[in-house]
Design a protein around this ligand. Structure first.
Ligand code: TMP
Length: 229
């Protein structure tokens, strides 16, 4: 497949949505055909499942949750990701299957063999070429998420529902995944300022694009950082 697939992962409040947005904008500015998307969601059907999942208020059994995340992913992969890659485009996804491994597997302790089977069914060979893990202590990211949710008027965030110990397991889940394949995963210290984190994200993506032989122009060389939005 000609395109390139990158996912941005991390615990709640790690800053990954902002980084995924910045990455999509940067590639677009470099005239690269890029589709920015997110999980759960990204296709019309998967966005409906997202509403169900995020509106469930913690009533779902973790296995049922894992199945729904996988169902959303199957739709997203077939409807959006594969067609984009086949057309030679770059996909930037705010979360992908590593989130299920970390949240439902390491966090909620659904049997890891079941989780892996689900990924095999939903994703198959269409796994990301690069996974960026934004790593931060959940005690720090909880404060960030609380501030953001407070500013947006959102009341009960996932930290309130699941607690800090859950998020510590999720963080470990991401790090364990990253340790299994250093050629596809890049772990970035996300406790720093957004500009510092962005510098590392941009470098990791540029290096991975070069390594994958993506057609490059000078435009991918590292220009000075654009000012933050
Ligand atoms: P978001 O905060 O990135 O919008 O993600 C919504 C929530 O969904 C977040 O708490 C992480 C969770 N999630 C899972 O538990 N499993 C998954 O597979 C995905 C994609 C997200």
């Amino acid at each position: 497949m000609a395109g390139f697939f990158v996912s941005v992962e991390g615990v709640d409040g790690s800053g990954k949505s902002g980084m995924a947005r910045r990455l999509g904008d940067w590639l677009h500015e470099k005239s690269i055909a890029v589709v920015s998307t997110r999980e759960p969601g990204g296709s019309a059907g998967a966005e409906r499942i997202r509403e169900l999942l995020l509106g469930s208020g913690g009533i779902l059994d973790p296995l049922a949750e894992a199945l729904l995340f996988a169902a959303a992913r199957a739709d997203h992969v077939r409807k959006l990701i594969v067609p984009t890659l086949e057309a030679g485009g770059v996909v930037v996804s705010d979360r992908f299957s590593d989130s299920t491994i970390a949240y439902q597997g390491a966090g909620s302790t659904v049997d890891m063999a079941v989780i892996q089977q689900l990924q095999q069914i939903a994703v198959g060979e269409h796994r990301p070429d690069l996974v960026i893990v934004l790593d931060v202590d959940p005690a720090i990211s909880m404060e960030r998420a609380r501030k953001r949710n407070g500013d947006a008027g959102v009341k009960d965030d996932r930290f309130e529902v699941e607690g800090l110990a859950f998020h510590a397991r999720v963080r470990e889940g991401f790090l364990r995944q990253a340790a299994t394949d250093r050629s596809r995963y890049v772990v970035i210290d996300a406790s720093r300022t957004p500009d510092e984190v962005w510098g590392d994200v941009r470098r990791a993506v540029r290096d991975a694009l070069l390594k994958n032989g993506m057609e490059l122009t000078n435009s991918l060389s590292l220009a000075p950082l654009p000012s933050p939005r």
